[in-house]
Ligand binder design. Structure first.
Ligand SMILES: NC(=O)c1ccc[n+]([C@@H]2O[C@H](COP(=O)([O-])OP(=O)(O)OC[C@H]3O[C@@H](n4cnc5c(N)ncnc54)[C@H](O)[C@@H]3O)[C@@H](O)[C@H]2O)c1
Ligand SMILES: [Zn+2]
Ligand SMILES: [Zn+2]
Length: 385
């Protein structure tokens, strides 16, 4: 089959590789209908993780089941399914509690003591190959496959957001403990920040502020119903306080991660975390779903090399704020978000800017990585209809 292979920093190509096989009777194999490029792929693409050369990228996967292991009960050949980016077992202590992003069975225990969580095509998240390919193996298929309704193909641009960014945006608002009628400030108008804005709107936020320095992305935030906040127009905290009676937003979301940068493009890993503490009111809650890593040898400063930031902990404590962090547990949300799409109450696909064949993935990576104007979200169609 053809698959997008990682060959090192900013080097990816579509190569011929062996087809995936059923390895355990609880697996299924899917033929990818749609698979997306994510901001998380860019940390790997830029060589800022220890992603191994030769691996297949892609964790936002959707497809048709073509082969079914003998121990699979609920998934049948021909089913159209969305696959959460997390690989979970369903029976460990964390999966049992709904924390499918922190599976103990599927995690690679050599990454760090107490390691939890696995994902497809991801550095440090187990051996599971990605889905930017024609076919992919899905372990523990009864647990990991979400069935899609008959409009799966017609609404593929919407359903393809169920594997990661729609649940992840939603998760950031839950970690922030947003309640109906409250205001929220979301840092980052990338695909995840835009999904957080859409989620906040569905949940009845009174005011949604989306912060970025990219005009095309801020314009999309406005279309989704948010108030764009341009970092080029001065201190974010000052801008938010002016719009919230002097107090700051009721809660906040971090949707950027450790590679956040200042107006000149220089990475400043503590910039956004400290802006959030400043822009959220006293007692407000903060949800951090942008990725931070335990070590980052290529970082610009010595703290960040060890996965540390100079955090305004004094101000955070003085304001009595709370924080939630980590990978999204996609299974907590994907079934209900699917139903919102099916009945027409959510259209996450409106952020798609490019729908391309797999062959054009290397070019798409380059544009998306450069945050070129208009390259908001790329979805790939690895198997021609
Ligand atoms: N926790 C999870 O489960 C999960 C899932 C998916 C993605 N992620 C992470 O979420 C983050 C965002 O993903 P994405 O696909 O939207 O990525 P993206 O890189 O396309 O978007 C990030 C946006 O942040 C903006 N930005 C950078 N520095 C900024 C600053 N100082 N102030 C304001 N805006 C700034 C950029 O202009 C860009 O628009 C990434 O770190 C990704 O790895 C986490
Ligand atoms: Zn993703
Ligand atoms: Zn588990």
């Amino acid at each position: 089959m053809k698959a997008l292979i990682f060959h090192g920093k900013k080097k990816v190509s579509v190569d011929n590789v062996p087809d995936p096989k059923i390895e355990k009777q609880t697996d299924v194999i899917i033929k990818l209908t749609t698979t997306n490029i994510c901001g998380s792929d860019l940390h790997m693409y830029e060589g800022r993780t220890d992603m191994k050369k030769g691996r297949i990228l892609g964790h936002e996967n959707m497809g048709e089941v073509v082969e079914v292991g003998a121990a699979v009960d609920t998934v049948k050949k021909g089913d159209h399914i969305s696959v959460p980016f997390n690989v979970g077992c369903g029976f460990c202590a964390n999966c049992e509690r709904g924390l499918s992003g922190f599976c103990l069975t599927c995690a690679d225990p050599t990454v760090m003591p107490g390691m939890a969580g696995a994902a497809y095509g991801f550095a440090d998240m187990g051996p599971y190959e990605g889905g930017q390919a024609q076919y992919m193996r899905v372990p523990y298929a009864d647990y990991n496959c979400l069935q899609l309704p008959p409009d799966a193909e017609e609404k593929h641009r919407d359903y393809t957001m169920l594997s990661d960014i729609f649940p992840t945006g939603w998760h950031s608002t839950r970690l922030a403990n947003l309640e109906p009628g409250q205001s929220i400030v979301i840092f980052g108008a990338g695909p995840v920040g835009l999904m957080a804005a859409m989620s906040a709107r569905i949940q009845g936020a009174s005011q949604i502020f989306v912060v970025d320095g990219k005009k095309d992305r801020l314009e999309l935030a406005r279309k989704i119903g948010a108030t764009p906040i341009d970092t080029m127009n001065g201190e974010v905290g000052d801008q938010i306080r002016e719009l919230t009676g002097g107090y700051g937003a009721d809660c906040g979301s971090e949707c950027i991660g450790y590679q956040c940068h200042n107006a000149k493009g220089k990475e400043v890993p503590n910039l956004v975390m400290n802006s959030l503490v400043d822009a959220v009111k006293a007692t407000g809650q903060i949800g951090v779903i942008g990725v931070f890593v335990p070590k980052d040898p290529d970082a610009s400063d010595d703290l960040a090399k060890k996965g540390q930031i100079a955090f305004d902990f004094g101000k955070f404590w003085f304001k009595g704020q709370k924080m939630g962090t980590g990978q999204c547990n996609v299974k907590t949300y994907n079934r209900r978000l699917r139903d919102l799409i099916h009945v027409g109450k959510a259209q996450p696909g409106i952020i798609v800017s490019h729908e391309l064949p797999l062959a054009q993935a290397p070019d798409a990576y380059q544009h998306f990585d450069d945050r070129d104007a208009g390259w908001t979200k790329v979805i790939l169609r690895p198997n021609p209809a």
